[in-house]
Design a protein around this ligand. Sequence first.
Ligand SMILES: Nc1ncnc2c1ncn2[C@@H]1O[C@H](COP(=O)(O)OP(=O)(O)OP(=O)(O)O)[C@@H](O)[C@H]1O
Length: 285
Amino acid sequence: MSILSINNVSKSYGSGSSKVDVLKNINLEVENGEFLAIVGFSGSGKTTLMQMLAGLVQPDRGEIIFKGEKVTGPSAERGMIFQNYSLLPWLTVYENVALSVNAIYKDKSKVIKDRIIRESVEMVNLTPAINKKPKELSGGMRQRVSVARALAVDPELLLMDEPLSALDALTRGNLQDEILNIWSKNKRTAILITNDVDEGILMADRIIPLDPGPNATFGPEFKIDLERPRDKTAMNHDPRFKQIRNNIIEYLMDIGEGRKSTETEEFILPDLQPIIKGSSLKKVA
Ligand SMILES: Nc1ncnc2c1ncn2[C@@H]1O[C@H](COP(=O)(O)OP(=O)(O)OP(=O)(O)O)[C@@H](O)[C@H]1O
């Protein structure tokens, strides 16, 4: 059964000559318990789409339906891990995670909330830094805090906007496993934006490309019918994995080529001569 529907959604920013038409008439159904990955080009509107799913930005046209109700604002049921970690600088790691745990689990006892916070911090291997403030942490550590903060409150729909892209390979691998654990153990629904096709194949049931904007729309879906749990190393030798990977990369390269040729047509630089002492700038005919 579908838990989330995107129905004919369009979104632009600005007006007049500075208007940017980001997304045009996009449609999508996400099944309850599904793990969906969206891959796409920089600036195609992936973050805009996630912000609309989180209820932080409203579509100009169309609607987003979550569990039968129109999304009109943020909700604890739809948790988001942002690309930039958005921590409060004056709070420690513990306090940053506590902020969302206290807001969502109002009825739980202090002892239980303390346990949830500590377990979440431990899950991202930050227990030694639990009393540190963001400025004392590396970028990767800050991103891990924001992952812990989102996973601690176990949202029904987990929205992830390239949450792992700035991390080293080892931490990235550990967090991929943790996200998959929580998703499968608690039977949650997840949408991940990633620029890494291998990460999408490792984690998702389905990968959908967002074609380049302006007026971006979804490309064809690629089903990832590989058995779970998936082993990163073993997958590299699996012919089915290689075939899926090739199909997706080929599609993205074809779309990228199309984009490059339009860009060349659109931006032809004027042929100018440099300013020579005592003369003015001349345009060569
Ligand atoms: N608040 C805003 N006001 C005006 N334009 C915006 C705003 N947010 C995004 N845009 C523009 O909308 C387009 C899509 O941006 P968006 O951040 O959604 O793309 P993206 O696919 O997430 O990009 P990236 O992968 O580089 O993060 C871009 O041209 C961007 O400049």
